[in-house]
Design a protein around this ligand. Structure first.
Ligand code: DDH
Length: 285
């Protein structure tokens, strides 16, 4: 018995369900945007992951390299400091969790809390120690560009056309901020609820270049002076024949989209990550 007592203790495994519950508590805030940090958490998880290059394995969520200047300062990541700072108390309470795991888990928690699918998530990402691990700037999509650019960016990560359209439906959430991207307005009327409204609105509204707007060119409903928007890259989902077929599929059946989104988002946040063999998928209830 004495020998047993002296044996070195295994560190307590982290209870990620508890971490997830604490993240959920941080979502609502009446003073922020549309009342929730959910959308910006999802965008943080996506931008942390969306730098991946399958050709050389660089980029991706592993490393949490957005903590460092070269990636934090990429114009595409403007405003994501808001999400990273909001999550700091979680890191302080559970120092064992890597930032890379924390940011991806926050995205998964946000999607679920806003009414979306429960995306299986697993732990095992590690944090890089210096800015040298940052991917080059410019790997994230540019909203002013066309379908060729969108395909180049997502094919570089390893996604096909259906996955591209499935992922884009995350724009049901949140809004554009003039001081972050230069664009303005939300995509949908319920930007903190995860539904397939991005597709139904894209397919049914009358979209026109927005008038009387001195920011970057964007589309607006109601003959160009509406209250919701689409980016040029969003319009490509409608204008490209193959993309459009999936827009219709997801507009017609929300469950089909939830399933497609769930697998594509799981794939996104796991790109390039070597998980420990025993890492279980955690499905939040
Ligand atoms: Fe996005 N996105 N996104 N996006 N995105 C913006 C906001 C949000 C593009 C551009 C923008 C995805 C794909 C693309 C979310 C999730 C996802 C904004 C506005 C721009 C611009 C930022 C701001 O001003 O605050 C472009 C271009 C693409 C593309 O792929 C062609 C994907 C794949 C996702 C995802 O999550 C899977 C979310 C959520 C937001 C709302 C953020 C917020 O603060 O609200």
């Amino acid at each position: 018995a004495a020998a047993e007592e002296e044996a070195p203790k295994e560190p307590e495994p982290l209870d990620y369900r508890k971490v997830a519950a604490d993240i959920a508590e941080l979502l609502d805030d009446v003073d922020y945007d549309d009342g929730s940090y959910g959308p910006v958490f999802v965008r943080l998880a996506w931008h942390a992951s969306g730098t991946y290059n399958k050709a050389d394995g660089t980029g991706g969520s592993n490393g949490a390299t957005m903590r460092f200047g070269p990636e934090a300062g990429d114009g595409a990541n403007a405003g994501l400091d808001v999400a990273r700072n909001r999550l700091e108390p979680i890191k302080a309470k559970y120092p064992q969790i890597s930032y890379a795991d924390l940011w991806t888990l926050a995205g998964v928690v946000a999607i679920k809390e806003m009414g979306g699918p429960s995306i299986p998530w697993k732990a095992g990402r590690t944090d890089a120690v210096s800015a040298e691990s940052c991917p080059p700037q410019g790997r994230l999509p540019d909203a002013s560009k066309d379908r060729k650019h969108v395909r180049e960016v997502f094919n570089r990560m390893g996604f096909d056309d259906r996955e591209i359209v499935a992922l884009m439906g995350a724009h049901v959430l949140g809004r554009c901020h003039p001081d972050r991207s230069g664009y303005h307005l939300p995509w949908t009327y319920n930007p903190t609820t995860f539904t397939n409204a991005y597709y139904t609105l894209l397919a049914s509204e009358y979209w026109k270049k927005e008038k009387n707007w001195d920011g970057p060119m964007q589309y607006s409903n109601r003959k160009g002076t509406g209250d919701i928007m689409m980016l040029p890259t969003d319009m490509e989902m409608l204008w490209d024949r193959t993309f459009k077929q999936y827009v219709k599929e997801f507009a017609n059946d929300e469950q089909v989209w939830f399933d497609a989104f769930s697998s594509a988002f799981k794939k996104l946040i796991e790109l390039g990550v070597q998980f420990p063999a025993e890492a279980p998928d955690i499905v939040l209830e």
